[in-house]
Design a protein around this ligand. Structure first.
Ligand code: ACM
Ligand code: ZN
Length: 522
């Protein structure tokens, strides 16, 4: 068994080994990949007497590659830098720290063009080193879309020169919710520690992250969540809301009624100003506008919102969000960008252009008429079904086996044509330290890479788990440790997890149960 994750389309192991490491003679086409290989292998042992050759071959798809490893020659054939790069990623994994790779023949290409990972840096902030560590891990796993959730009710974490308060003030919350108990009555416990002062990315730092990702064929997609999940911005510029009342950066999580007023021109101006600055930093194709969880309560009584609805001849408040989305989508289009957003951006889909992309986080089910209507209209989606892929949930609720089972089959027959790809999000409401982030993220991201890349016919969870266990040392060498098997298989079960009805309500407590139990052993 060749130990490669994600499992390649076709692979055949042969007798013998080829030396692989810093002493390799590396040459051929695809100069970026040749340089990357030299840089990454410079200190790796092995490689003496062997050559690594990159050749152009138009039979390979843009991201696909052919790889032939013989005892003295390793030959890569690809049609682009991307395919050559992914062949190199396969070789690095096959070599691990052994200084040699097994002789083999591989023909590989991805199932989906869009293979994404989302990191929430709004609820808790992640250092540039951590972000780069995860970008590195993505590259090793042949994932290509890094969705950066940069703003939310609890923090604004990207420098916008025209609106300096966003990071001066909008990055700081006075304290942090500790538990879900009492949440519904607004009486949940909080700590008494300020969080987030100075925790934001400057535009220069973001350019550095974008360049780092680009070197690894990864697009960075910024997300500015609008018009909901905007309390941190409203705390800085209260005029963005319907009432204009003073507000505080949120210290609790959930869905906030205080959203941007889509009846005010200033809100459209603000959004476009932010987009202007960010488009200078993020050269990619996509721009994510969030758009999830937008309660219309305030819009219903807001004179500005109601006037806008009347003036534009809109049906209702959902249509007002649709109008806002369309304005932003058109603006982004004028800058050469394709807008993406969570599935709620389609709450008024009849007025939405099918050029935009909807990221479906609400579970797919045979009865989801809106999703099917969208795909029938020719629209595209990215699959992120919450009960399969959300990584902030405990393993006993979502073992790796469940994440591995994410598939277009969830949509029902004939809808795969609407699937651009898949994405796995990590929300960090309950994650402040890196060890906990790694515990919940690393094994799932590895698992999900196979969901995105590998052919359905080649997927087998039991066999995957063996490869995963055999890869512990490799991922540890990338500073990405895999937590113990009895944790990721969901064997750590607090007593209350046996009460099915409570399982979901207590997910937060359960994830901390797993963390408390494991943290000293990771
Ligand atoms: C989401 O989980 N609200 C996208
Ligand atoms: Zn309003």
């Amino acid at each position: 068994m060749l130990n490669i994750i994600p499992v390649p389309l076709k692979a055949e192991e042969k007798e013998g080994f080829a030396p692989f490491g810093g002493k390799l003679k590396i040459y051929g086409e695809f100069s970026d990949t040749v340089k990357f290989a030299e840089k990454i292998l410079i200190n790796a042992k092995g490689g003496e007497g062997c050559e690594l050759v990159f050749e152009k071959n138009t039979d390979a798809t843009e991201e696909g590659y052919f790889l032939k490893v013989e005892e003295k020659t390793i030959k890569v054939k690809a049609s682009s830098e991307k395919g050559a790069f992914y062949a190199l990623m396969t070789l690095l994994q096959l070599a691990g720290n052994a200084g040699r790779v097994p002789c083999c023949e591989i023909g590989d290409k991805p199932r989906f063009a869009y293979r994404g990972f989302m990191l929430d840096s709004a609820r808790h902030f992640w250092s540039i080193d951590t972000v780069k560590r995860y970008i590195d891990l993505m590259a090793r796993l042949k994932m290509n879309e890094f969705h950066f959730h940069l703003t939310d009710d609890q923090g604004w974490r990207v420098e916008i020169k025209k609106y300096p308060l966003l990071t001066e003030k909008g990055s700081i919350r006075k304290n942090t919710q500790l538990s879900l108990y009492g949440y519904n009555s607004g009486k949940e416990a909080h700590d008494d520690v300020e969080y987030g002062r100075g925790c934001f990315y400057t535009q220069e730092q973001l350019k550095d992250i974008v360049a780092y990702a680009a070197e690894r064929h990864i697009e960075v997609i910024p997300e500015i969540d609008m018009p909901g999940h905007m309390v941190a911005a409203i705390a800085c510029y209260p005029e963005l809301s319907c009432t204009g009342e003073p507000a505080e950066v949120s210290t609790r999580w959930g869905v906030m009624d205080n959203i941007c007023c889509c009846g005010k021109e200033d809100v459209y101006r603000f959004a476009k100003d932010v987009i202007d600055e960010l488009c200078e930093i993020f050269p990619g194709r996509f721009f994510h506008i969030g758009g999830d969880e937008v309660p219309k309560k305030r819009w219903k009584t807001c004179p500005n919102c109601q006037e806008k609805i009347k003036k534009e001849g809109l049906k209702d408040e959902n249509a007002l969000q649709g109008y806002f989305n369309s304005e932003i989508a058109n603006y982004l289009k004028s800058k050469g960008k394709r807008m993406s957003g969570w599935n709620e951006i389609l709450d008024a889909q009849d007025i939405m252009d099918t050029e935009i992309v909807a990221q479906w986080w609400v579970n797919h089910s045979a009865g989801n008429a809106q999703e099917k209507k969208w795909i029938k209209r020719g629209g595209k989606i990215i699959m992120s079904p919450v009960s399969y892929v959300y990584m902030d949930h405990p393993y006993h609720l979502r073992p790796l086996k469940k994440t591995y089972a994410t598939d277009t089959e969830l949509l029902g027959a004939d809808f795969e044509k609407g699937v651009l790809g898949m994405e796995i999000p990590q929300w960090t409401e309950y994650i402040r330290c890196e060890k906990k982030l790694d515990m919940l993220t690393v094994p799932r991201l590895i698992t999900f890479s196979e969901v995105c890349w590998s052919d359905r016919a080649n997927k087998d969870y039991g066999e995957f788990e063996k490869r995963l266990e055999n890869s512990r040392e490799y991922f540890a060498s990338l500073n990405c440790p895999i937590c113990p098997k009895y944790l990721y298989t969901g064997k750590v079960r607090p007593w209350y997890a046996f009460t099915d009805g409570l399982k979901w309500a207590l997910w937060y407590k359960n994830v901390n149960y797993e963390w408390e139990l494991m943290k000293d052993r990771l």
